[in-house]
Write a protein that binds this ligand. Structure first.
Ligand SMILES: Nc1nc2c(ncn2[C@@H]2O[C@H](COP(=O)(O)OP(=O)(O)O)[C@@H](O)[C@H]2O)c(=O)[nH]1
Ligand SMILES: [Mg+2]
Length: 448
């Protein structure tokens, strides 16, 4: 657990900090952790964190971190370097348990004290709500001191009351009567006094241990004016970026919608082409066979004079190769000779006719021969359709790839926008976390 000591110069912060860490004379007198004011030495004005194992009630040992701080006058509070120091020292602690306001008993809450209080209560308002402890130092309990206070008509209760009231006034009224107040002498002399101080010290440590710990990384720090101004600029910059990304997002969204429509059209086209190819292939299968089909048909049908014998010559030319022929005769006549070449059938019909002559010949060819041209045409069409189908498929893949790219871009844009929105809310906030503050201050220090 860690605590931060607050108060103006000379209130006894360093002395109290030393006493909390280790009340032994060997530490307090011979080798104090925090330098304190002595007769000939001026006191140091710096932030410092120190850690030691201390015992709390019940004999438990816990690590105690103490951040000693200098008192800050009004001009110092405007100095960014103090903020940097505070944040840096806080950042060395994992969690903070208490802000301890150190006041020397019956000392005046002077301008520096008020400036210091205002500064801390504004900078880190969080701990002031529930984690504040007031410690009055230099409160001697020996008989002589008690008598002296009586003689000087110092009303201890009234001093306590006034101190709390005054501290409340300079901390945006965050210190109330409820705040716990301890009185201690960190330089006790008599053995009775030593015992009392040690008991108060243990009570203070145990009391601190009961405070809800505040995670330092989540602790909110008020932004310095300088940072706030930077963030205002950042705000406008971010809003500009968001607008730009939004515009792009709208374009991409429109493009992706159009693309989706195009994709659907292409998919339908592919289905149509595939079914067209199937039809053509069926057609081709039907025509491109060796099945016989009628190529030509020839017939003689003449009314003749009674009982006359005659001869009729015929020659049928076919544009198709002839594979087979069938003759038909009515009995009164017959085919005398039939000669077949690949494209022609010729011959002679002879007969004696009673009434007339009726004969016919049918030429057959293979389907694939009869429909050769058509088959070629179908094949060409299939090839054309297939090429076109391949093209469509390539285009569809391109569309899909492009669509994916647009989706990725949209996701990325949305992510950029969200990131910037988060940063916008960070930029407009008056506070930042210690974690952020450390980063900001590091960057500031570089340009400071
Ligand atoms: N007797 C006595 N003197 C104290 C006590 N606390 C601080 N002092 C003295 O007050 C002076 C200022 O104390 P210091 O710790 O340096 O104050 P800081 O400026 O708040 O750190 C020093 O001379 C201390 O010896 C106390 O509890 N009892
Ligand atoms: Mg000091």
């Amino acid at each position: 657990m860690s605590v931060l000591l607050i108060g103006s110069t000379g209130m006894g912060k360093s002395t109290f900090g030393n006493y909390l860490l280790d009340p032994d004379d060997k530490h307090m007198v011979d080798n104090p952790t925090f330098a304190t004011a002595t007769g000939d030495k001026p006191m140091t004005q710096e932030f410092k964190v120190a850690r030691k194992k201390v015992q709390i009630e019940g004999g438990r040992n816990v690590w105690l971190g103490v951040i000693d701080t200098p008192g800050l006058n009004e001009s110092a509070t405007k100095d960014l370097s103090h903020m940097i120091d505070i944040i840096k020292n806080l950042n060395e602690c994992q969690e903070i348990r208490a802000f301890i306001l150190v006041v020397k008993f019956n000392a005046k809450i002077d301008a520096q004290y008020r400036a210091t209080m205002e500064y801390y209560s504004k900078l880190l308002p969080g701990p002031f709500k529930n984690n504040v402890l007031i410690v009055m130092t230099d409160y001697a309990t020996d008989e002589r001191s008690v008598k002296q206070r009586e003689r000087q008509r110092i009303d201890v209760e009234k001093v306590k009351h006034n101190t709390i009231l005054e501290l409340g006034q300079c901390s945006n009224n965050q210190i109330t009567y409820l705040s716990q107040l301890f009185m201690i002498d960190c330089q006790p002399l008599s053995s009775y006094e030593i015992e009392t101080s040690l008991a108060v010290r243990t009570a203070i440590l145990s009391y601190i241990f009961l405070f809800p710990p505040i995670k330092v990384s989540n602790l909110m720090v008020r932004k310095a004016d300088y940072i706030k101004k930077k963030d205002d600029e950042k705000y406008w910059e971010l809003m500009g970026e968001i607008e730009g990304y939004n515009k792009r997002l709208i374009t991409v969204r429109t493009n992706s919608k159009d693309l989706l429509t195009d994709t659907h059209i292409k998919e339908i086209k592919i289905i149509e082409k595939e079914s067209e190819i199937k039809n053509l292939e069926t057609k081709l299968r039907n025509k491109n066979t060796t099945e016989d089909v009628e190529a030509e048909h020839w017939s003689v049908n003449e009314e003749m004079r009674m009982m006359q014998s005659m001869t009729q010559y015929f020659s049928i030319k076919s544009p198709h190769e002839i594979t087979k022929y069938r003759t038909w005769t009515n009995g009164g006549c017959e085919f005398k000779t039939v000669v077949q070449t690949s494209h022609t059938v010729s011959g002679r019909v002879e007969g004696k006719f009673m009434r007339g002559l009726y004969a016919s010949i049918t030429l057959y060819t293979e389907k694939k021969i009869k429909y050769a041209d058509e088959i070629e045409e179908i094949k060409r069409r299939i090839a054309r359709e297939k090429a076109s189908l391949t093209q469509c498929k390539v285009e569809l893949e391109d569309y899909k790839k492009l669509y994916k790219e647009l989706l990725n871009e949209m996701e990325l844009l949305q992510q950029y926008i969200n990131e910037r929105r988060t940063n916008v809310s960070k930029a407009i906030s008056d506070f930042m976390t210690v974690k952020e503050a450390v980063l900001r201050l590091k960057e500031l220090e570089r340009n400071y």
